[in-house]
Write a protein that binds this ligand. Structure first.
Ligand code: IPE
Ligand code: IPE
Ligand code: MG
Length: 235
């Protein structure tokens, strides 16, 4: 039973989708088979999040560090991205989902970059949920990038505070995630949303990403709802 309190939903859930390679290995298949099956988990999780009433869902799909993987895996992941965007734009439109991306998108090869920007443009007036893909993303990159932009804009020392700094991050119009989920039994952040997760509730599950479904998302939300968030205060 997944009885979720509709009045205490996280507005923003971030997910580090990890474990595709290990999932494939358990089946005696190549890593890319895991990535392909990861797309099914994305579809079910996104639909589940809309159904539950989540407003922002950020998925860590490709990190800055992932560029150092073998070329064939990187190429396969990029091809998969093009394919998934192509196939899923209809799902996004049908479910009134607005697509967005964070990360150094200019680093993506031309085709995935173009497909991504087209899908973002096509879904820009959708309003039920914001689906944000973190691609070629790293938290440190983002913080450094914000700092550079602040210097370029000649902000004075007194103008720089948490609120203004936030405005220079790629998540500027997005509330901080209340809940961060990581699959595959790894207990680390891996350079994801470093600024934004200051007070996020962390949820780790051993489930490998290709096996993750909306019921797992509900389980995570239920756990989130059982936590007492104190923000440094006493109650
Ligand atoms: C997550 O699965 C997908 C990406 C990082 C692109 P992995 O590819 O990291 O799979 P494992 O962690 O090696 O099992
Ligand atoms: C984090 O997973 C990045 C994504 C899920 C996109 P990794 O598999 O790259 O992270 P590490 O290597 O376990 O830290
Ligand atoms: Mg991994």
């Amino acid at each position: 039973m997944y009885l979720i309190d509709k009045h205490n939903l996280p507005k923003h859930i971030a997910i580090t989708m990890d474990g595709n390679g290990r999932w494939a290995k358990t089946k005696g298949k190549l890593r890319i088979f895991g990535h392909e099956n990861g797309v099914k988990a994305v579809r079910d999780t996104v639909e589940g999040a809309v159904e539950i009433g989540i407003k922002y869902l950020t998925l860590y799909a490709f990190s800055t560090e992932n560029w150092s993987r073998p070329k064939n895996e990187v190429n396969a992941l990029m091809a998969l991205l093009v394919n998934a965007i192509h196939k899923e734009t209809k799902t996004l439109m049908d479910n009134n989902i607005k697509l967005d991306a964070i990360g150094d998108i200019t680093k993506l090869p031309q085709k995935p970059q173009k497909k991504l920007l087209e899908a973002i443009e096509k879904t820009k007036n959708n309003s039920k949920m914001n689906l944000i893909l973190a691609l070629s993303y790293s938290g440190r990159w983002e913080i450094l990038n914000a700092t550079k932009k602040i210097i370029k804009n000649n902000l004075s020392e007194s103008e720089i505070n948490e609120r203004t700094f936030q405005q220079y991050l790629s998540t500027k119009d997005v509330p901080d995630p209340e809940l961060l989920i990581r699959t595959s039994g790894e207990y680390r952040i891996s350079n994801f949303l470093l600024w934004q997760i200051a007070y996020s509730e962390l949820y780790f599950t051993d489930t490998l990403w290709p096996d993750f479904r909306r019921t797992d998302l509900k389980e995570a939300i239920k756990e989130y709802q059982s936590r007492e968030r104190r923000f440094g205060n006493t109650n």
